[in-house]
Write a protein that binds this ligand. Structure first.
Ligand code: SF4
Length: 310
């Protein structure tokens, strides 16, 4: 598969009012193929949403480059940037605030067409609603009349309105009930298959990620610590942090693993050496002084650990 999206060693640091520096993303490289789903997982504050914003073009990395279809996004002309913005769309977690409550659903759905000066009709808006499992009659209603799951369907309808090639979905089901989560995940999978859509799926929930992703990248304190094919990575994690995340997912007939000790260190003062060493159950002396590189291992796996579990 050829890469649709490539990030090469990107980093983003924010200067805070106190003068401190927060390195939210620290040297991330990844690839996403056409039609593929890559899940980015990790605890809150690990930098996964900042990574999503950088890949969307909402913010710029202060190091590294991002290529879409082989071309550096930062070096495109303004006309090319406009075309690019049509090809990458975002689905947010908070579907309630994604819509102006005073706009009808039809107006909300027509917004991307207006912004990008593309033609639309009432029929095309109704067809979009139908595509995400909503009645075309909703065109004249208001978002406040929808349930959370219906609003997320509407959010997805707006994201696919301009036939994008990549969706960045940031915790798109975490605010929904479990039964509704499964419906939205199934909808995303169906749309991906029908429209040959690639998806970067940002989530803290490995149970959800298992259902939708082809590959998983695990982030800790701004960096990817392990990446691999979903089923293989979940069955046999190589990085101790991935192991802890997997063991924390309830599974029938299997006791939960021991919870990770300690809190996530502040990204303002990340530990030296391996950033996970303050919580790692198998850390050794070398881990506190030498930062491990993300290195290729067997079976399309990449792992950043001096003493991988396999
Ligand atoms: Fe644990 Fe050391 Fe591997 Fe870091 S490098 S994950 S501290 S074993």
């Amino acid at each position: 598969m050829s890469a649709l999206l490539q990030a090469r060693n990107i980093a983003r640091t924010y200067k805070l009012g106190s003068g401190a520096s927060l390195r939210a993303v620290d040297g991330v490289s990844l690839e996403l193929a056409r039609g593929e789903t890559l899940a980015v997982v990790g605890e809150s504050g690990c930098g996964k949403s900042t990574l999503g914003r950088l890949l969307m073009g909402f913010d710029r990395p202060d190091r590294g480059e991002i290529l879409f279809d082989g071309q550096d996004m930062a070096k495109r002309s303004s006309r090319e940037q406009r075309v690019l913005r049509r090809q990458i769309q975002m689905v947010f977690q908070d579907s309630a605030s994604a819509f102006n409550p005073r706009w009808t659903i039809g107006s909300a759905l027509a917004e991307p067409f207006r912004i990008h000066k593309r033609p639309w009709s009432r029929q095309s808006l109704e067809a979009l609603l139908d595509r995400v499992g909503l009645s075309g009659a909703f065109v004249d209603r208001y978002p406040g009349a929808l349930s959370g799951g219906q609003r997320q369907r509407l959010n997805i309808a707006r994201a696919i309105a301009l036939s994008p090639r990549l969706i960045v979905a940031d915790e798109p089901v975490s605010a929904l009930d479990v039964s509704v989560q499964a419906q939205i995940v199934n909808l995303l999978r169906q749309l991906q298959a029908d429209l040959d859509l690639a998806c970067l799926f940002i989530s803290h929930d490995l149970a959800v990620v298992r259902q939708i992703s082809d590959r998983i990248a695990v982030m800790y304190l701004g960096a990817i610590v392990e990446e691999g094919e979903t089923l293989s990575l979940l069955a046999s994690p190589s990085h101790p942090y991935t192991r802890a995340l997997v063991d924390a997912v309830p599974q029938p007939g299997k006791p939960l693993g021991a919870p990770l000790q300690g809190d996530v260190p502040s990204p303002l003062f990340p530990p030296n050496g391996c950033r996970f060493h303050t919580r790692c159950p198998v850390a050794q002396r070398r881990c506190s002084t030498e930062r491990p590189e993300l290195e290729a291992r067997q079976g399309h796996r990449r792992v950043a650990c001096h003493f991988p579990l396999m």
